[in-house]
Design a protein around this ligand. Structure first.
Ligand SMILES: NC(=O)c1ccc[n+]([C@@H]2O[C@H](COP(=O)([O-])OP(=O)(O)OC[C@H]3O[C@@H](n4cnc5c(N)ncnc54)[C@H](O)[C@@H]3O)[C@@H](O)[C@H]2O)c1
Ligand SMILES: O=C(O)C(=O)C[C@]1(C(=O)O)C=C[C@@H](O)C=C1
Length: 361
């Protein structure tokens, strides 16, 4: 691929443009908000000048409700050799495009399974898609040329292509993305009017569960509106679990021993089913979940501390597989958890102790 046109230079469009531009593709940037295209260009994602002729690939990265009309106009104007979108839902936009009478042979619906809770070109990063699944939904009528261009885009973004049917994709993301998003918002909503004395105790658990609740509600109304049935089905199953759990907790308040035992068994059941589900979440780069050991270290909140601990881990010859930081509320310190292969724990802890770090259980 030599040239691309990104329409919609927000988080996803600018991230793809940064990855392509960084690997030598000449990228044109367009947005109905000229400031967004200018900002993306200023970040090195390409040029906001219009292309002189058709580009190799047109990448439509606008909110879901605008995808079909934007694609239909781009196809009608002959802006590219191939056309893709990156919307979080796949069945609806394709059906809308069909209804608009567009020629769909040069179009492929795609969805990178990577994102952030922030929007706009300033939130974009060139490595956003690295190691992440990128779903492609070809049909029997899809041109081989656009499929190859999309595969090249996925490779240039260092993502992992996954081919799926559009409606299967929508059912899958209802489970792994759309329902979790709503649940995150519902947990975060409990905090809105909560007492400050409770809120200041927020630890890592609630930060993990509510990160995505900071996302743009307008974008998510569009995503959920395009996938209501599958999301409602999963949410109804969650609601049944919630009812059971409330019953179990009420039983635990009873005076009767048998009732309390029943309540504890009900709670254990939901927690164990949670363990089983969590163990199926893939590890980094989409690999099977790995059993890493965690080494927890106290770090000061001052410049250079992270660099120093990473350098010391390097000195021990240890690869840090994953990392997590817990900030202690109101303190100039935090805990850093270094996830490493079990065989590396002894040499890492010895080196860190030698270097004066304070290790925690
Ligand atoms: N945010 C995520 O985590 C995520 C992840 C994967 C895929 N997606 C999908 O990517 C697409 C873009 O989402 P985003 O997070 O980058 O949103 P964003 O709000 O950061 O960017 C969207 C951009 O599209 C522009 N735009 C809107 N309507 C337009 C139109 N008609 N013509 C031209 N430009 C238009 C906006 O001005 C904005 O700059 C959505 O379809 C979304 O479902 C989002
Ligand atoms: O990590 C995040 O912030 C996301 O919400 C990303 C996420 C997801 O659910 O994994 C959200 C929506 C997208 O369509 C794809 C990815």
């Amino acid at each position: 691929m030599r040239t691309a046109l990104v329409i919609g230079t927000g988080l996803i469009g600018t991230s793809a443009a940064l990855a392509l531009a960084g690997r030598g593709v000449h990228v044109h940037l367009r947005d109905h908000d000229p400031d967004a295209a200018r900002t993306a260009a200023a970040r090195g994602a390409g040029t906001d000048q219009a292309p002189e002729g058709p580009v190799d690939l047109v990448i439509v990265s606008v909110p879901p409700a605008h995808v079909a009309a934007t694609l239909a106009a781009a196809i009608r104007d002959g802006l590219g050799r191939g056309y893709i979108d990156v919307a979080s839902v796949k069945g609806g936009p394709r059906r809308e495009l069909e209804a608009l009478g567009a020629d769909l042979s040069g179009y492929l619906g795609t969805h990178p399974m990577a994102g952030r809770e922030r929007s706009g070109p300033m939130a974009a990063t060139a490595d956003l898609f690295e190691g992440r699944p990128w779903v492609l939904t070809p049909t029997r009528d899809t041109d081989t040329e656009v499929l190859n261009l999309a595969l090249e885009l996925v490779a240039l973004c260092r993502a992992v292509p996954v081919v799926m049917d559009a409606d299967d994709h929508d059912r899958a993301v209802a489970l792994v993305s759309h329902t979790p998003h709503l649940l995150s918002s519902m947990v975060a909503a409990r905090l809105r009017d909560a007492d400050e004395t409770a809120v200041r105790l927020c630890g890592q658990g609630i930060r993990d569960v509510t990160r995505i609740a900071a996302s743009d509600p307008r974008l998510w109304v569009e995503i959920l509106s395009a996938n209501p049935g599958p999301v409602a089905e999963i949410l109804a199953a969650v609601a049944a679990d919630l009812d059971e759990t409330v019953r179990a907790l009420r039983a635990l308040e009873a005076a009767d021993d048998d009732k309390r035992e029943e309540g504890a068994a009900g709670l254990e059941d939901v927690l164990r089913r949670g363990n089983a589900g969590r163990s199926r979440v893939p590890g980094k780069h989409g690999a099977a979940p790995a059993a890493y050991e965690t080494v927890t270290v106290l770090i000061g909140d001052q410049p250079g501390e992270l660099a120093r601990i990473f350098a010391d881990a390097g000195r021990a010859g240890v690869n840090i597989e994953d990392v997590r930081i817990e900030h202690a509320t109101g303190q100039q310190a935090g805990l850093i958890q270094l996830m490493v292969e079990p065989g590396a724990v002894a040499s890492l802890t010895a080196t860190l102790r030698d270097q004066g770090w304070s290790l925690r259980q």
